[in-house]
Ligand binder design. Sequence first.
Ligand code: DAK
Length: 260
Amino acid sequence: MAYENLKVSVKKGILILTINREKALNALNSKTMEELQHFFSVSAPRRKTIKGIVITGAGEKAFVAGADIKEFLALDEGKGAAMAKRGQNVFRLIETFNKPVIAAVNGFALGGGCELAMACHMRIAGEKAKFGQPEVNLGIIPGYGGTQRMIQLVGKGKAIELLTTGDMINAEEAHRLGLVNHVVPQGEEVKKASEIIEKIASKAPIAIAKVIECVDAYFNGVYDGFAVEVEEFGATSGTEDFKEGAAAFIERRKANFKGK
Ligand code: DAK
């Protein structure tokens, strides 16, 4: 499928997904959300050979400056709830993707943009990046999982402060709070994210997918994370990759994982 608002490229096996609406600071309109849904439910799972995905924003100013405010005017209670459910489902596809998905935050990550970054497994911020959940300025609340994921990342007190004041914070503060994993010189976000994915790609793919699943189990409120870990530890113990990894350690050589 040809996308209107997403740009897809692959560099050395790493897929770079660019939200491509630079004139609107990459705001997430409904077309972009539809395309993200298609990308993460159809296109990305088919690309079996990719090592992981980096999500970034077009241009130098914004990662994503929020959901598209110009579309909000048509909302009412029913439509708003339906839109939140649909959006949450899209971001859940990102959060549960079985390979690393890293947000390379090159500028404003506000509202739905901050929520998109938080749905990724990790966040790399350029030093000019700005984060915030300014929904309360518009009389609404985050609807794409932001009230929940913000607590997971920064804790309850700071989450309530950021969500109720709508304050914007810079990359350093976001790093201090644990909202981002690393701050890098402006323009090097994708490079740093790609380096991390490259490192992860040298490990056993099934083990990586299972780590993502177990960590998610802690937060999703449905499963007992310890029980999931027991099950997935069992699953990884039965893989060819585990035998190869253990043999490589003993033979003092580099493991050659096959994802089996
Ligand atoms: N939506 C639509 N257009 C946007 C936009 C946005 N979120 N942010 C920026 N733009 C557009 C501007 O309208 C402008 O377009 P033109 O006027 O040139 O046509 C262009 O991008 C450049 O923006 P500015 O001229 O404003 O640029 P500045 O450098 O002066 O300011 C800024 C940059 C990021 C500080 C400013 O643009 C700004 O404050 N933007 C809005 C930030 C914001 O409030 N974002 C929305 C947060 S609320 C929901 C689910 C989720 C959500 C809501 C509901 N449901 C399920 C119902 C999420 C809500 C949000 O994300």
